[in-house]
Design a protein around this ligand. Structure first.
Ligand SMILES: *Cc1c(COP(=O)(O)O)cnc(C)c1O
Length: 421
């Protein structure tokens, strides 16, 4: 099946009532047939619903449909994108280990890797996504994951996924792509050699700024990388917390299985069924929305690139952008999503522009049908030092735009009056 069909149908085969729409199974728990059935479910002799912290039928449709869209073996939904990123790390690393993360990443991912994980004894190491060769000097026997963003938010410096994959494979380390900005409609990192994909579904997936959510998708055959790999001994040895379960011995995608059985069980960052249902509605229109977001952003980027007050525009869909060749290689028909950033002379000038737009609302979100303007240095990336800001590709005069689904002509007019106000 093709993408637009998968987005509407995958993962749902109807039910006894014939409901065309996926129902919201708003329940905390599930009734067992009898005591033996309950025991079988807990022992994994039978698969089925136990408790919504672990699984839910509405969330299950969302997970199956998302995995199908990304071309993965399985997917697991979390309460937010931040939870998905943390669980991806926590599923592989323990005290003494390290994770190598692209410097060009979401602010929350950077603070997680640099500060919060450190308190758990896990070290974050940082490489420049434009220089994959830096990875060679950073990977050691305690490296458990290489993590990057396909279109980094907000620097928009794209990664060469296949090149990163080559290095990760050579070392037997898992490669995880945050595909939030490109979305499951425009890029499929698993097809280019990533082992895992994470998303903040709060952005383009829900699409109208309606609900927080996250997703981790695992590739087909990841077990072959994990089995017998000393880096991932805890997947190959009996898990004492699950009476001796060995994840690689079950015929189920092991990364997703362990996230569910160990992490959702103990940490509990599970989505509500209602939010999963909202995300299913979002997925149905994701492929067609991404086409319009991309068209609108390209028109806005072309306008800004020609404006005398604008120093530079970052948009991988612009032929003059350094990421343009990678956008052509990895993004569907070169469509580069709705996010762009541009630089003006100073922090003050950037804040004045952000205060002057009328259609673009001053909000810290992206991927909404409504256009958004953000000044990262004073908001999303405020906790970073001046050097960290430069390294993350976020100069003080940088403005980020999330181009919504309005008419691009109105958006350009709004920016014109704000720039010239
Ligand atoms: C927003 C975002 C996150 C965090 O997701 P939440 O759903 O807000 O927790 C992670 N990565 C990227 C690229 C994001 O844009």
């Amino acid at each position: 099946m093709k993408e637009k069909t998968i987005a509407v149908h995958a993962g749902y085969e109807g039910n006894e009532f014939g409901t065309m729409a996926v129902p919201i199974y708003q329940t905390t728990a599930y009734e067992f047939r009898d005591a033996e059935h309950a025991a079988n479910l807990f022992e994994l002799k039978e698969l089925g619903n136990i408790y919504t912290r672990l699984m839910n039928p509405t969330t299950d449709v969302f997970e199956k449909r998302f995995a199908a869209l990304e071309g993965g073996a399985a997917a697991i939904a979390t309460a937010s994108g931040a939870a998905a990123v943390f669980y991806a790390f926590a599923n592989v690393a323990e005290a003494g280990d390290n994770i190598v993360v692209a410097k060009q990443a979401y602010g929350g991912t950077l603070t997680l890797a640099a500060h919060t994980l450190r308190r758990f004894g896990i070290e974050g190491r940082f490489f420049d996504v434009r220089r994959p060769e830096e990875l060679e000097g950073m990977i050691d026997e305690r490296t458990k994951m290489i993590f990057f963003e396909v279109i980094p938010n907000p620097s928009l410096v794209m990664a060469d996924i296949a090149r990163l994959s080559e290095i990760a494979r050579a070392h037997g380390v898992m490669l995880c792509a945050d595909n939030t900005v490109a979305s499951a409609a425009l890029c499929h990192p698993l097809k280019h050699g990533a082992d895992l994909v994470v998303h903040s579904t709060s952005k383009y997936t829900t699409g109208q700024g309606l609900a927080l959510g996250g997703m981790i998708v695992e590739r087909e055959g990841l077990v072959d990388l994990i089995r017998g790999n000393d880096r991932y001994a805890h997947f190959n040895e009996p898990d004492p917390s699950y009476h001796g379960l060995v994840y690689t011995e079950l015929p189920l995608p092991p990364f997703t299985l362990r996230t569910r059985l160990a992490l959702l069980r103990d940490l509990g960052g599970t989505p509500s069924p209602f939010n999963s249902w909202l995300h299913i509605q979002g997925l149905e229109t994701l492929p067609i929305r991404m086409e319009q977001h991309s068209r609108g952003a390209l028109a806005v980027a072309e306008f800004l690139a020609a404006h005398p007050k604008v120093r530079r525009v970052n948009y991988p869909g612009l032929p003059s952008d350094p990421s343009y060749p990678l956008a052509q290689k990895y993004l569907k028909e070169g469509m580069a999503s709705g996010l762009l950033s541009f630089e003006v002379g100073s922090r003050e000038e950037a804040q004045r522009i952000a205060d002057s737009t009328k259609i673009f609302k001053l909000v810290v979100n992206i991927g909404d049908s409504k256009s958004i303007i953000t000044h990262p240095a004073s908001t999303t990336h405020q906790q970073l030092s001046a050097e960290e800001l430069e390294a993350a590709g976020v100069p003080e005069g940088l403005i980020r735009l999330s181009v919504g689904l309005e008419d691009p002509e109105d958006l350009i007019e709004d920016l014109r009056q704000a720039l010239e106000a």
